[in-house]
Ligand binder design. Structure first.
Ligand code: HEM
Length: 475
């Protein structure tokens, strides 16, 4: 059966094949890969979207991909899950052959449904509320670090410090142990992840899977990191199970993500194994750290560049939540302007600027036929930064997110957390982390500068998520 997504109204309109589409001219064998800069791949494809329009073709090696840059079509494709589209099977294959455990991000079918239920339970707003005190504790630690920097007059590596903040929060929540990278402690799991993640990304777009035939020293090192990572996570699960057995009352109110997932997995008929719990611990770290810290870094940079918005954000924080030690979840929920600042930052600087998918059946996207197994590259930042869809689109204007009724922004123009049943389950936690850190900063410090060394706009680096390069902050 053919699956039709926003097909043209007229049944007479001829459908196009991928081969009929415009697109950059591919090289023999390598396709368009040599024309793409690995760390700027999002910008290169966005530039082609401006040139070739909302539907065009690119080729990785010999594999053709349909690029979709129209937000309505992107929204329709994302919503046509889990039955019409999946994440590309190559990512799951690479992860599995590396010995990775299955997690909700790469799972499909019944396994995905079971794991998604478990992850949603662990990240539901009421569950996140139980973690709130731990989030504030980590923010206070960051406050101390920044107070020291302010006293010393030293400049702060903004992305690095915010990464420590998000690592301490997510690793702390995931494992239920105190992880303190803010004060210079080491997170062993993170050390392994920092090697494993880039390897998965590189192998997913490699022209030839040489590592299946020949292991270079770096591949053997990767194997060692993977073994150590899996071993460390197994130990954490065993420790959490021991805590739950010793104190069964914890099952009523799990105090961290790992316990919450084990409890959900243990419920009759959950279909979730311990291996899946382990896979999802890693997935939380993978999906929850750089995404949040880079969004925060972009937001603070944009606020600093827009003094009027910065003043409004500060006024709101001083009115609603003036003392970090007394932060409550109700205060954070009431920071509407700060929330709008985060939405606006994610519109201009989405840390996941593209989402690749694979068709599970013959489909039609717009007027283009996509065969079963065909790949689709959803561009998440095209219409969201176009004046056709967002008035004065280049401006950082958080107010636009507060307009209701006539003149309100079309929410689907910007989809930083994706869309449909696979939308990000961590968005409530992420926004809470963002508001806690920003409110701590704005209530406690005056900011002298947030800038790159040469004062130029920070470059966007695409390494798993899109991060700003070289931002320094002085308080
Ligand atoms: C600002 C921060 C974040 C952003 C921008 C973000 C963005 C995204 C995006 C774009 C997706 C793919 C959605 C889709 O395919 O439609 C996703 C999936 C996911 N995110 Fe997030 N995320 C953030 C924070 C978090 C956090 C804090 C967690 C958990 C601790 C998390 C856990 C996940 C998981 C588990 C998935 C996979 C869901 C599935 O496939 O069913 N994310 N996220």
């Amino acid at each position: 059966m053919q699956n039709t997504i926003n097909a043209p109204a007229s049944a007479n309109t001829a459908l196009r094949h991928l081969r009929d589409l415009p697109g950059p001219r591919p090289w023999p064998l390598a396709g368009n890969l040599p024309q793409l800069r690995a760390l700027r791949i999002h910008q290169d494809v966005e530039a082609w979207s401006k040139r070739y329009g909302p539907l065009f073709k690119i080729t990785f090696g010999r594999t053709p991909l349909l690029v979709v840059a129209d937000h309505q079509l992107v929204n329709a494709v994302l919503r046509d899950r889990p039955d019409g589209f999946r994440r590309p099977s190559i990512s799951a294959i690479i992860s599995e052959e590396m010995g990775g455990r299955p997690g909700v991000f790469l799972a499909e079918g019944a396994a995905w449904r079971d794991q998604r239920r478990m992850v949603m339970a662990a990240l539901a707003p009421h569950a996140v509320k139980a973690y709130f005190p731990s989030l504030v504790t980590v923010a206070l630690r960051l406050q101390q670090r920044w107070q020291q920097a302010a006293r010393d007059g030293s400049s702060i590596d903004l992305a690095e410090d915010l990464k420590r903040y998000s690592v301490d929060i997510i690793a702390g929540l995931a494992f239920g142990s105190t992880v303190n990278t803010i004060d210079g402690g080491e997170d062993v799991i993170q050390r392994h992840m920092d090697v494993v993640l880039p390897a998965v990304a590189q192998r997913s777009i490699a022209l030839f899977p040489y590592w299946r035939y020949l292991k270079l020293p770096r591949d053997r090192a990767l194997d060692r990191h993977l073994l150590a990572l899996n071993h460390a996570i197994d130990e954490l699960i065993a420790a959490a199970r021991a805590r739950l057995t010793a104190d069964p009352a914890r099952r009523e109110r799990p105090s961290n993500l790992l316990e919450a997932m084990i409890c959900a997995a243990d419920e009759g008929g959950s279909g979730v194994t311990d291996a899946a719990v382990a896979g999802n611990v890693t997935t939380m770290l993978l999906a929850g750290e750089d995404t949040t810290s880079n969004t925060l870094a972009w937001m603070l940079y944009l606020l600093q560049r827009n003094p009027a918005a910065m003043q409004k954000a500060r006024d709101e924080v001083l009115r609603v939540a003036p003392d970090p030690r007394g932060f409550t979840i109700e205060q954070m929920d009431a920071l509407d302007y700060l929330d709008a600042c985060a939405q606006e930052a994610m519109r201009l600087k989405p840390v996941a600027p593209f989402i690749p998918l694979e068709a599970l059946r013959d489909s039609v996207v717009g007027d283009v036929q996509v065969p079963k197994g065909g790949l689709v590259w959803c561009v998440m930042r095209n219409d969201s930064v176009s004046d056709t869809h967002v008035p004065n689109a280049a401006a950082f204007d958080p107010e636009r997110w507060l307009v209701r009724g006539d003149g309100a922004i079309d929410k689907h123009v910007s989809m930083p957390f994706g869309a449909g049943v696979r939308t990000c389950p961590g968005r409530y936690l992420a926004l809470l982390e963002i508001k806690i850190a920003a409110a701590m900063l704005l209530s406690s410090f005056s900011i002298q500068s947030i800038d790159t060394l040469d004062g130029a706009e920070p470059e966007e680096l695409m390494a798993f998520t899109m991060s700003p390069i070289g931002l320094r902050m002085r308080l």
